[in-house]
Design a protein around this ligand. Structure first.
Ligand SMILES: [Zn+2]
Length: 84
């Protein structure tokens, strides 16, 4: 039982990543919660991961090409293809 609470940093980072994509089982959430109480490195990894994902989502929502830029890009690609 003592080992059940004591997970490695490798497993903790795996659970942090898994949590971004799906819901953790109750046991996994508890293991991660306890690990994050005692491990500053994994806590930092979680903060950085959340920061990155948050900014990726914002970037995906705001950074889109307008129609003129799409047409220009298509023209450049077609020109490059026709050269080869
Ligand atoms: Zn750790």
């Amino acid at each position: 039982m003592a080992n059940w609470f004591n997970i490695s940093c490798k497993k903790a980072t795996f659970l942090i990543s898994k949590k971004q994509e799906s819901k953790l089982a109750i046991g996994e959430s508890l293991q991660l919660f306890i690990h994050l109480l005692i491990c500053d490195v994994c806590k930092l990894f979680k903060t950085q991961t959340n920061y990155l994902l948050h900014n990726i989502k914002i970037h995906q929502q705001t950074e889109r090409l307008n129609e003129a830029a799409k047409e220009k890009m298509a023209t450049v690609v077609k020109d490059e293809i026709s050269k080869s």
